[in-house]
Write a protein that binds this ligand. Structure first.
Ligand SMILES: C[S@@+](CC[C@H](N)C(=O)[O-])C[C@H]1O[C@@H](n2cnc3c(N)ncnc32)[C@H](O)[C@@H]1O
Length: 331
């Protein structure tokens, strides 16, 4: 045994009934320990981290810190997983996220990690957990991993690695796929959901706290849309939307019945065009909410209108066609 391996101890794993072998835990996300991206731990801080068994260190820079089980559970909840989903963990460590998902939600998926030892361990854990027919772990760089089949991608990586992966996620994942991260986000691609958890045993990042973020990959909603929609009072009126898109957020103008209305908020939720605007109907300002799944340049969906919360659903549908297409900014 190499001297570097002697220091490692067996520790209980969050995966039911398994123990993480000491050798598989000998990495550290040193920047997470330090609480700042790219900060290299001093010798003393490394020694301290090992002593408290929070993380284990290895000399190269590949980082490994397991996500506490409570945070894994929340990540899977926020990923809105269903049994038909395929999940991918980028930088899968001991495999706990994928294995938990397979155990609890019967999903299929895979994890990739640069660390061969962790990959071996994760595959052995999957076998022991009885889910190796549905999940697998590969020694592979996340940047050489095809993400096109994933419904949910999970990540617990350094902030700059998140940002390097962002264009790949937006280019390869289908609209509607979810990305869930632990602690770090994607800067100006704002999350669709987020939560802060108390995790007293967590010693890295912001000790005692974990942040979980979720994004829904947006489809293309930018352009000029024209069509008709029901409005409060029983009429159907022509509607026009002229929209720019940055990630999921749409900005621009809306007119109803040929008159300008006030756009309150618009976004692409996957391929669903969601638009909230206020327009004058029958002499008063009325809130209208369109939620229209888009297929290419056609969108059709429900309308709610009224100043109650939520506004009542109107009979009939908004039916829209994109007459001018614009390129969305998907960074
Ligand atoms: C913080 S750990 C997270 C482990 C696991 N996902 C979890 O949450 O418990 C990050 C993992 O990413 C792996 N990793 C870092 N960069 C990678 C890359 N470019 N490709 C594949 N794996 C990578 C590390 O080896 C490490 O195991």
């Amino acid at each position: 045994m190499k001297s570097s391996e002697t220091a490692f101890r067996m520790a209980p794993s969050a995966i039911s009934g398994l123990a993480v072998p000491a050798a598989a835990r000998r990495s550290v996300l040193h920047a997470l320990v330090a609480g700042a991206a790219g900060t290299v731990l001093s010798q003393a801080a490394r020694a301290q981290a090992v002593a408290r068994d929070a993380v284990v260190i290895r000399s190269d820079s590949s980082p490994y810190v397991p996500t506490p089980q409570k945070v894994v559970d929340e990540m899977l909840r926020m990923g809105r997983l269903s049994a038909k989903d395929f999940i991918v963990d980028l930088g899968s460590g001991d495999g706990r996220i994928i294995i938990t998902a397979a155990q609890r939600m019967a999903v299929r998926g895979f994890g990739v990690d640069l660390d061969a030892e962790l990959v071996r361990y994760a595959n052995a854990s999957a076998k022991q957990a009885g889910v190796s027919d549905r999940v697998e772990f590969f020694q592979r760089d996340i940047f050489k991993t095809d993400l096109s089949g994933a419904d949910v991608v999970t990540m617990y990586l350094l902030p700059e690695v998140n940002m390097m992966a962002r264009p790949k996620l937006l280019a390869e994942l289908r609209p509607g796929a979810r990305v869930v991260t632990h602690d770090y986000h994607f800067e100006d691609w704002l999350p669709d959901d987020r939560i802060t958890l108390d995790v007293p045993e967590k010693k890295v990042g912001t000790p005692g706290l974990a942040y979980v973020y979720m994004w829904i990959v947006p489809g293309q909603g930018a352009g000029r849309w024209q069509g008709r929609m029901p409005v409060a009072g029983g009429q159907t009126l022509p509607v026009e939307l002229d929209l720019e898109q940055r990630f999921q957020i749409l900005t621009g103008t809306v007119s109803l019945g040929g008159r300008p209305a006030k756009l309150v908020f618009a976004e692409m939720i996957g391929n669903d065009l969601s638009v909230i605007f206020s327009a004058e109907v029958g002499g008063r300002q009325v809130r209208h909410e369109i939620r229209a799944p888009a297929r290419g340049d056609e969108a059709a969906g429900s309308v709610r209108a009224g100043n109650e919360t939520p506004p009542p659903l109107l009979p009939g549908q908004a039916v829209l066609s994109r007459v001018v297409k614009r390129k969305a900014h998907l960074g």
